[in-house]
Design a protein around this ligand. Structure first.
Ligand code: ARG
Length: 493
């Protein structure tokens, strides 16, 4: 067992297993260990370039680091005896290269800037993946919308039949919401991808480090300039978590609808068997468990945001160990949101929508009553409120035939009857038809097939633009990483 080189000088005394585990960040550090090797390599290349360490030392360090990069980090580095993976990796290097060489890795930096840099590298990669997942979810919603521009369904307010709409319109609404979630994460990304490295503990360092150089090597878009801010802030984590928590509310609402729509008294959708469970006692049951768990994950992600917010809220400048306890919440939030996004995409793509059931419900509950009121306004130039009162009273009476409408007009004091104005039952029936109602709602953003077809086309163009931007960012990381490793290999040739 290698000793923890960090504790060696200042502290003595044995720590209990429980205390070591309590203080250790090892579990979360597994997620940033790969990034830590990249950070170490960039740091050493910079130290060598700035002549802070000799070339021979840099070569030995780089050789050892490349070995960890190529072959993987040995389990020993993750022992709870080390407070964290940074101490673990440094201890391994000191043990394998000897203190003369291994002991020179950490000059001009601190674990405070190191860990912040590692988390940002990890999170920017996770963000790219999350954005790609949202793009695929949006793509699926647009595919369903494209197939169902003519699929009438009831639209609801207060969960009461309100007005007819189409499945395309419904799916486009979610696509639009997820597109804003994409934008929020995309904006957060710009503030995540900045390098804290070189800030050291918080007060920078007296060595002539080159922060722009390491930032560029690591594919960052810039430097977190103020060194105190660089190590102290986790606002980027709060921003990412809040973006994810907001995205999860959209996911949860869609799941809620899938639960509702798959119930036996609604039957708008049949979810594919793999996404459902059965009962251990009731052999007939098919339960929408995936959608339910996903709905619950919204609480977990919001909880991660709440925990992270409360952890930072009372901290004085600059680094405090409390920050370590934030990282697992960040990683958990990212994990839950990512899994939910991917699984929801699969659940939607394999769902079977019941066109007949939806169309059958679309005209129920007097859902085209607004259209009748509108047609009375158009035909007879009466005020909308008068038409609204007449139709409303006729609904109260239980029928929308001309005789009932006439009686209703009398009861609400309209001062005229509709039959005397020439209203026929054929005109009433036309106004009440679902297809007619939908065809009228053709202004941009509405449910008319002509409008939703146009919307699907437009949204696909936006999707392509968002995808291009994400690919460009992902490509930049990959290139930076390849270049960093190539630079490191060149040094030790
Ligand atoms: N494991 C620590 C974290 O996650 C790394 C920084 C430790 N710094 C310190 N001064 N103890 O925040």
């Amino acid at each position: 067992m290698k000793n923890d080189v960090v504790r060696l000088g200042r502290l003595s005394g044995e720590r209990s297993e429980e205390l070591m585990q309590f203080l250790s960040s090892m579990q979360a550090d597994r997620s940033i260990a790969g990034a830590d090797i990249l950070v170490d390599i960039a740091h050493v290349l910079m130290l060598e370039k700035q002549k802070i360490i000799e070339e021979a030392v840099a070569k030995k360090l780089i050789r050892a680091l490349l070995k960890l990069h190529d072959k993987g980090i040995s389990e020993e580095a993750f022992d709870d005896r080390f407070e964290d993976v940074h101490a673990g990796i440094e201890s391994l290097l000191v043990a394998s290269l000897g203190p003369e060489t291994g002991g020179r890795l950490h000059v001009g930096r601190s674990r405070n800037d190191e860990v912040a840099t590692c988390i940002r590298i990890r999170v920017r990669d996770d963000l790219i993946r999350q954005m790609e997942d949202i793009l695929r979810l949006r793509e699926t919603l647009l595919a369903i919308a494209g197939e169902h521009t003519g699929t009438a369904m009831p639209g609801f307010t207060h969960l009461q039949h309100a007005q007819p709409t189409t499945l395309a319109h419904h799916m486009l609404a979610y696509e639009q919401a997820f597109s804003r979630d994409f934008d929020r994460l995309s904006e957060a990304y710009a503030r995540v991808n900045l390098s804290p490295l070189g800030a050291a503990a918080f007060a920078s360092t007296g060595y002539p480090v080159n922060r722009e150089f390491t930032a560029k090597l690591l594919g960052f878009d810039g430097v977190m300039v103020n060194t105190m801010d660089a190590v102290a802030t986790r606002d980027f984590a709060l921003e990412v978590l809040s973006g994810l928590a907001i995205a999860m509310t959209g996911i949860s609402r869609l799941c809620e609808e899938l639960v509702l729509w798959s119930s036996s008294f609604v039957r708008f959708v049949t979810l594919d068997d793999p996404f459902c469970s059965t009962s251990s006692i009731m052999p007939q049951k098919k339960n929408p468990d995936t959608a339910e768990i996903m709905r619950a994950k919204t609480g977990s992600v919001a909880g991660a945001l709440a925990a992270a917010t409360l952890i930072v809220k009372g901290l004085p400048m600059s680094y405090n160990r409390d920050l370590q306890d934030l990282t697992p919440h960040l990683l958990r939030g990212i994990h839950d949101a990512g899994t939910s996004t991917r699984l929801l995409t699969g659940m939607l793509a394999s769902a079977d929508f019941n066109r007949e059931r939806m169309a059958g419900e679309a005209g129920k509950g007097f859902s085209t009553a607004t259209d009748l009121a509108d047609s009375l306004v158009r035909a007879y130039a009466i005020p909308f409120r008068t038409a609204h009162s007449i139709v409303g009273r006729a609904v109260q009476k239980g029928s929308l035939d001309v005789a009932t409408l006439d009686a209703a007009a009398g009861e609400v004091g309209a001062g005229f009857t509709l039959s005397e104005k020439g209203l026929t039952q054929a005109q009433v029936d036309k106004a009440l038809s679902v297809t007619f109602s939908l065809s009228l709602r053709k202004s941009p953003g509405g449910p008319a097939p002509v409008a939703t077809k146009g919307a699907v086309r437009e949204r696909k163009k936006q999707l392509a633009r968002d995808r291009a931007k994400t690919d460009e960012r992902a490509g930049k990381h990959a290139k930076a990483k390849d270049r960093l490793i190539a630079d490191a290999r060149r040094l030790v040739l």
